[in-house]
Design a protein around this ligand. Structure first.
Ligand SMILES: C[S@@+](CC[C@H](N)C(=O)[O-])C[C@H]1O[C@@H](n2cnc3c(N)ncnc32)[C@H](O)[C@@H]1O
Length: 269
């Protein structure tokens, strides 16, 4: 594991407990039966019962377990041992069996797929806060392609690359284009918690739209559908407000509109 990823891992290991207790993740509602996959995404996924799904960067597993509640057989993977232990406990608490959901602890940038990951998945699912943590998108796409059987799908939903030029305001501060170098940040808080974090350092990578698409095309995937949405699963700009569908929007009277969330559905050839 390289130093930049080790720094990120320390932060993510600490964030697991904070997030588990946070209002943002609302674990109790999930335990009571709530599906944490927003309705829009459930509709796009369609009927997944009986499908074998690989969930990349699964955090402490609520979405992984929600996919299982929708009938899928799911493997969640994350590099944080704390995330994986918490996910396994949560799985046991909500009474889902290991036959339906298993979790793997691994850095997806250094994992050897042949040793750890099956290659007959119907779907790879990865959403909300994923590729900005990864230094090599071609490796990411190759892993996805390896894991999918022919005709299997990638379901990717994340922050739109345009937002990488902004911080919490509308000033253009950063490069849009991928440079290969990470941006180093000191974040006092996380997107989901008001408690100050000890491990503040983080490295993030920016990927422009062409880079994302080309990494997938290069790995043998065909893009089937792409969407850009003017809302997002978390509060990126200070002015955003959460609506009943679970997403954050600009205020209703705002005349501004920017793409904030990106969907890519692709098929393994
Ligand atoms: C923003 S969270 C994903 C959240 C998830 N969509 C959810 O809402 O629960 C990002 C996740 O990526 C994981 N992660 C970051 N870098 C990783 C890597 N190199 N390999 C595997 N997991 C990684 C972190 O541990 C964290 O759980």
């Amino acid at each position: 594991m390289n130093d930049e990823i080790s720094i990120n891992l320390k932060r993510w290991d600490e964030l697991v407990n904070l997030h588990f207790q946070s209002k943002f993740y609302d674990v109790q509602s999930f335990i009571n039966g709530k599906n944490t996959i927003p309705e829009l995404e459930q509709r796009l996924l369609g009927d997944i019962s009986g499908k074998k799904i690989l969930h990349l960067q699964c955090h402490f597993g609520m979405d992984t377990l929600s996919l299982a509640r929708m009938g899928a057989i799911v493997t969640g993977i994350d590099f944080s041992s704390n995330a994986i232990l918490t996910a396994e406990k949560l799985r046991d608490e909500v009474g889902i069996s290991e036959d339906h959901v298993k979790f793997i602890q691994a850095d997806i940038m250094s994992v050897n797929p042949l040793e750890m990951i099956d290659n007959d998945y119907d779907m790879v699912f990865t959403t909300h806060g994923t590729i900005s943590w990864l230094p090599d998108l071609f490796k990411w796409a190759t892993l996805i392609s390896y894991a999918l059987k022919t005709g299997g799908n990638l379901f990717f939903m994340d922050t739109h690359p345009l937002l990488s030029i902004f911080e919490g305001d509308m000033e253009m501060r950063y490069n849009y284009f991928h440079t290969g170098k990470p941006s180093y940040y000191e974040y006092e808080y996380s997107y989901a918690s008001d408690t100050k974090v000890k491990n503040r350092s983080a490295n993030n990578w920016t990927y422009d739209m062409a880079y994302i698409l080309n990494s997938l095309i290069n790995a043998g995937l065909t893009i089937q559908r792409m969407e850009e949405y003017p809302f997002l699963a978390w509060k990126f700009f200070d002015i955003m407000k959460k609506r009943d569908d679970g997403y954050f929007y600009f205020p209703e009277n705002s005349e501004l509109s920017v793409p904030m969330m990106l969907l890519i559905i692709a098929e393994k050839n």
